[in-house]
Design a protein around this ligand. Structure first.
Ligand SMILES: Cc1cc2nc3c(=O)[nH]c(=O)nc-3n(C[C@H](O)[C@H](O)[C@H](O)COP(=O)(O)OP(=O)(O)OC[C@H]3O[C@@H](n4cnc5c(N)ncnc54)[C@H](O)[C@@H]3O)c2cc1C
Ligand code: SF4
Ligand code: SF4
Length: 433
């Protein structure tokens, strides 16, 4: 891939499901698109999930073809492992300064053969598996990564040279430096997605301290066919859990955290995971502690009822705190709001149903006005649901606020349609070739 400065019709920031869909819609209409992703592979959160509610289809089976379609689209240029440094208005469009982070692997030579990975002696926790699994310091990020290009983590590398020796393509390059480049675009589509509320945000729940209190993306990795262990276990001691609890609204609808909104997907992903655990561990007892169950989408209420019919226990109450007993079992203290009393129950594993928050720093270069929820503001949601305060910059997916995959795809197509109309309208002044 050449990093010569490029002129495109649209630049999409973020290669999750929303960014990929916007890029594909624009590319299919004949526009030249650049898709920029800060991670070594596109796919976003969706490629890490197990199955999707409410259909329980395999997530990888839906996401991988989209990733491949983006990579092979004649009108889409993919830039992975790149950071957006600054965005300026210029010549009726936008000038975007980016930097290609060093992979220490020449992407134009790497064949994705993984020989370097097999030779590397240093093992590090895998961010793709939320730190549960391990992978080598140099590796192809995951089996279905796009692009299939290795990346080396210099923080852990001991420079033993074994990877360089086995690489037949001579792709390993310890001297790579960050490479700045520029893209000029008539319009931008921001699809930078979300992060989970930090696991330790609510101190009284012990997240990040109690080893058997985990986040929901960890549970997705336990349940995924591509997961690190191929089964559900407790990170504390590797034991198979027989009693698993979910704590709802653990980072949403919470004024003490300044996160007052409902994150919309947590009820549904907790119910989904409970159903999947019932299949993986048929004898396990699964309890969901909740204040309200919100199943707003098409087919979602039926999904909730199915979980109840399968024997998932739903307890209405506010979890006050979680502590650990002598065997590392989380003990949950719950105020039963309808009965006016408090109980304590012991489980093997607790999943905090964390909320969705904006990706820290993702708006620094763009400097778009934010709403009171700190997601990118939409000044006229009923008239232009994907338009930001800056003309020609559109937003889609969870960068707008918490949403599920269906809504991410709908807003992605909506942002692409708005961007397409904007490009056509401003074609005369636009600077692209
Ligand atoms: C535990 C869990 C389970 C879920 N299960 C389901 C489910 O079963 N069904 C369902 O419908 N929904 C589910 N969801 C919701 C689903 O994950 C989101 O709807 C979806 O991932 C949103 O897609 P997105 O593209 O907007 O964001 P993301 O998936 O977050 O993708 C954003 C992408 O942008 C990149 N990025 C961020 N900042 C920058 C930057 N500055 N420059 C370049 N790139 C950047 C990120 O690296 C990422 O690749 C679940 C969510 C969670 C937390
Ligand atoms: S860097 Fe070399 S050995 Fe490693 S995957 Fe690429 S081509 Fe194969
Ligand atoms: S040089 Fe670094 S990345 Fe390569 S094999 Fe040695 S430790 Fe691994």
């Amino acid at each position: 891939m050449s990093l010569d400065n490029l002129h495109v019709d649209a630049l999409v920031v973020g290669g999750g499901i929303a960014g990929m869909q916007s890029a594909l819609d624009l590319g299919d209409q004949g526009f030249q698109v650049a898709l920029v992703e800060c991670e070594p592979s596109i796919g976003g959160k969706m490629i890490t999930l197990s199955k999707v509610f409410p259909t329980l289809d395999c997530c990888s089976c839906i996401t991988t073809p989209k990733m491949s379609a983006v990579a092979h689209h004649p009108n889409i240029k993919l830039f992975t492992y790149c950071d957006v440094q600054s965005v300026q208005e210029a010549d009726g469009g936008y000038r975007v300064n980016l930097v290609q982070k060093p992979r220490y692997v020449d992407a134009s030579k790497c064949t994705g053969c993984r020989e370097c990975e097999y030779a590397c002696p240093i093992t590090v926790p895998s961010p793709f598996d939320r730190g549960l699994g391990a992978y080598r310091t140099i590796r192809v990020p995951f089996s279905t990564a796009v692009p299939q290009v290795a990346v080396l983590d210099m923080d852990y590398c001991i420079l033993c040279g074994k990877c360089e020796k086995v690489c037949a393509a001579k792709a390993v390059d310890f001297n790579q430096q960050p490479e700045p480049f520029e893209i000029q675009a008539s319009t931008l589509v921001v699809a930078s997605g979300f992060e989970l509320t930090p696991l330790g945000a609510k101190k009284e729940y012990g997240g990040g301290k109690l080893r058997n209190v985990i986040d929901p993306l960890m549970m997705e990795r336990f349940l995924a066919p591509t997961g690190p262990y191929g089964r559900v276990l407790r990170p504390g001691d590797g034991k198979e859990p027989t009693s698993i609890a979910y704590v709802q609204c653990a980072g949403s609808r919470d004024t003490t955290l300044g996160i007052e909104y409902c994150s919309r997907v947590c009820c549904m992903y907790a119910i989904k995971q409970a159903m999947l655990i019932s299949g993986a561990l048929p004898l396990a007892e699964i309890t969901i502690y909740y204040m309200d169950i919100r199943t707003f989408g098409k087919g979602y209420e039926q999904f909730y009822q199915n979980a109840q019919a399968m024997g998932v226990e739903f307890i209405r109450g506010k979890v006050a705190s979680i502590r650990e007993d002598d065997d590392q079992n989380p003990v949950v203290k719950v105020e039963l709001t309808e009965e006016g009393r408090t109980i304590e129950r012991t489980h093997d594993l607790v999943v905090l149903s964390l909320g969705m928050v904006p990706v820290p720093g993702s708006n620094t270069a763009l400097n778009l006005p934010l709403g009171s929820d700190k997601f990118i503001a939409i000044p006229a949601p009923n008239a232009s649901p994907c338009a930001t305060a800056h003309p020609g910059i559109f937003v889609t997916g969870a960068a707008m606020g918490p949403m599920d995959i269906v809504d991410s795809i709908v807003t992605a197509s909506s942002a692409a349609a708005a961007a397409s109309a904007y490009i056509r309208e401003h074609k005369k002044e636009a600077v692209y070739a």
